[in-house]
Write a protein that binds this ligand. Structure first.
Ligand code: GLA
Ligand code: ZN
Length: 667
């Protein structure tokens, strides 16, 4: 029997007399696992070197009696006050050189050796203590690594670590000076010791230094996680190791981090207050699930699934009746083996008094408890045979953390966002019920992707801004061998050091596959541009490449306004056995949908079926079967086409979905 549903539980927040009621209610609801203790450092080590696992032992044993297993979080997201008081240098320093104080969480410097020694000792103690406990099934390392670490850490320890990292990469300071082009503004360094972390300057910054800084930072977080993973693996070989990712969060290269884990977990909050995330939608939620699955190319856990109103100072909308179940089903449809709800019960104290859980403040089961209990009752019995199942996508979108860093350092257009554009392409395919993977498009260090492109009939490679000869070859070979490759504006602009290339017109050597050159461009500040595609008018934004096509290049769309009206905007070029499409702008949503519909049809990629807007169709499969999910994300009745030859295993009236209803079909 596998484990499929759980809750994030904080027994230390409540009187011990309540624990048994919680365990019973969890069991009655169908929960089989809790995650605990990821912020409980002080409770586990109340004073330097004095460990106390007794309370956690009691909680684990009691839950175990009710058939509920435990995942333990290592507590490195919340170092205790005694540690900070004794070693204030553990506190992180921000870009402005200010030390951030104790009182939130993640108030740590991950390169600090004193802190690392404390972490190693704690993780070792925990691992030894729980090695043989049959109720403890696995570990979550830290919590949301990178969260809250946005402009951290610029302390002396990190400066030294950055210097060492640069020395290893460049060998000599002369090589670094050449790579970064420090001749500009007299920024040459005579030794690695002179190189600062990129703190706030009087004006401007060196983009090459910034890119190295971002990669260093990703490596630092990775190293911090690996340090813990190695201890856990050595002492507890039989228990799994995971970490809770945050979708498109960018501080650590998640493809790298995923390699260190048995499987990836993710925290899924489809509805947040604006200050956390202004635009949330089912498409955005789907993209987060698809990217998380793609990081390890396998099924995942949801370690925190929204179970109520969210918010710290202000609150989100309340999930409507049925909405929590629809989100849960969506997480499963995209490849979750287990869904753990955040959190069991909303707490009285602290920052998250309004981040609601399954139970309200009163602890009395209500609407959310009942709804999720029913959802578990209907999905639970199907979950065992769906274990490990994932969607099989024929369309891929390339994702590289390195490209993201480079574009974020210099977005060129103030609203240009690399991950935003990835999600826009995803949304276009999602809206047509076409499954998508996010394919690793190169490592954070600029090495070639390990993903096999040939699995995809259509590969969309937005904003391939940094380019290497090896990457050009890979793209060219993919097209020659029959793939359909989509390249876009800002491709081949810079080399691997984030330095502009000068030897060819854009897009560099890829101009042969693409069948064009880009000799001029326009940054669409404060305006958009009209585009004609298949005789219809559309809008595009942010950028306009002025394209000089080769003779055998087909023009798919033209600009319809401005001084370049009538010139090509989107082109298609047969090359070898495949096709290279070039998109010289950021198409608006309608144009993206029309273009991807045409490209998928030509590449032989069929939508799963047709559905009304607001209905998601997703299919996942494993060696023993295949399941089609139809999820209604609206409060109204909706329809979809049921593909032939499927047996309904969840739902009543096939093809008609009630408000927020999910139907599942096998076969
Ligand atoms: C994240 C964290 C949780 C909690 C929630 C709500 O996902 O992992 O600990 O803080 O956000 O804020
Ligand atoms: Zn530091």
């Amino acid at each position: 029997m596998n484990i499929h549903f759980g809750a994030d539980y904080y027994p230390e927040h409540w009187p011990e007399e309540r624990w048994e009621t919680d365990a019973r209610l969890m069991q009655e609801m169908g929960l089989q696992v809790v995650r605990m203790a990821e912020f409980s450092w002080h409770k586990l080590e109340p004073e330097d070197g004095r460990f106390d696992f007794t309370w956690l032992d009691r909680a684990i044993a009691l839950l175990g009696k009710y058939g509920i297993k435990t995942v333990i979080g290592t507590p490195s997201a919340a170092p205790p006050a005694w540690m900070i008081a004794a070693h204030p240098e553990i506190l992180p320093t921000d870009r402005e050189g200010r030390t951030r104080g104790f009182g939130g969480r993640h108030h740590d410097c991950q390169s600090n050796e004193v802190y690392r020694a404390y972490v190693r000792r704690m993780v070792t103690e925990e691992a030894e203590h729980y090695r043989d406990d049959p109720n403890v099934i696995g570990w979550q390392i830290d919590n949301e690594l990178g969260n809250s670490h946005g402009d951290l850490c610029h302390c002396e320890s990190c400066r030294r670590a950055f210097g060492k990292w640069l020395q290893k990469k460049y060998g000599s300071v002369d090589a670094l000076n050449r790579a970064w082009g420090t001749a500009f503004w007299s920024q040459e360094y005579n030794s690695f010791d002179e190189i600062p972390t990129p703190r706030i300057t009087v004006c401007g910054e060196n983009p090459s230094q910034m890119l190295d800084w971002n990669c260093f930072h990703s490596d630092l977080i990775l190293d911090f996680a690996s340090m813990q993973a190695e201890i856990l693996r050595r002492i507890c070989p039989g228990k799994f190791i995971t970490h809770n990712f945050m979708g498109f969060s960018e501080l650590v290269d998640y493809y790298d981090l995923a390699e260190r884990l048995d499987f990836v977990s993710h925290d899924q909050y489809p509805c947040l207050p604006d200050e956390f995330s202004p635009s949330r939608s089912e498409a955005g939620a789907a993209a987060a699930l698809d990217v998380v699955r793609s990081f390890k190319e396998r099924s995942y856990w949801i370690m925190e699934q929204q179970s109520g109103i969210t918010g710290w100072q202000t609150m989100s909308r309340a999930p409507e009746p049925g909405q929590l179940s629809a989100w849960t089903m969506q997480s499963i449809a995209h490849g979750a083996d287990c869904v753990v709800f955040f959190r069991w019960r909303v707490y009285r104290y602290g920052t998250e008094q309004y981040w609601h859980g399954i139970l309200p403040h009163s602890g009395t089961p209500g609407r959310r408890y009942e709804e999720l209990r029913d959802c578990i009752k209907s999905a639970g019995p199907l979950m065992d045979r769906m274990q490990g199942a994932v969607p099989r996508a024929q369309a891929g979108i390339l994702y590289s953390f390195r490209q993201n860093y480079a574009i974020t350092i210099q977005p060129q257009h103030p609203q240009l966002s690399y991950t935003g554009q990835l999600q826009a392409w995803h949304r276009a395919l999602y809206g047509q019920n076409i499954p998508v993977d996010f394919v690793q498009g190169g490592t954070v260090h600029g090495d070639l992707p390990h993903a096999d492109f040939s699995r995809y009939r259509l590969l969309i490679a937005p904003l391939q801004y940094l380019m290497t000869p090896a990457m050009e070859e890979l793209f060219t070979a993919y097209v020659k061998n029959g793939g359909t490759l989509v390249l876009t504006m800002r491709t081949g602009v810079k080399d691997e050091n984030n330095v502009c290339m000068t030897d060819r017109e854009l897009p560099g050597r890829l101009s042969e596959a693409a069948g064009l050159e880009v000799r001029d461009y326009d940054c669409l500040r404060g305006t958009d541009v009209k585009v004609t595609f298949e005789g219809k008018a559309y809008t595009a934004v942010k950028w306009a490449d002025l394209i000089t096509p080769s003779e055998d290049t087909e023009v798919l769309a033209e600009y319809a306004g401005g001084w370049y009206a009538g010139t090509p905007c989107i082109t298609s070029h047969r090359f070898g056995k495949g096709t290279c499409v070039y998109v010289g702008t950021e198409p608006g949503p309608e144009l993206m949908e029309a273009l991807t519909a045409k490209l998928c049809a030509e590449a032989g990629i069929l939508p799963l079926a047709k559905s009304d807007r607001g209905v998601e169709l997703m299919q996942k499969e494993n060696a023993s079967g295949s399941w089609l999910f139809a999820i209604n994300f609206t409060g109204e009745t909706k329809h979809f086409e049921v593909p032939a030859g499927r047996t309904m295993i969840l739902g009543s009236a096939a093809d008609t979905l009630g408000p927020y209803e999910t139907q599942i079909f096998e076969g």
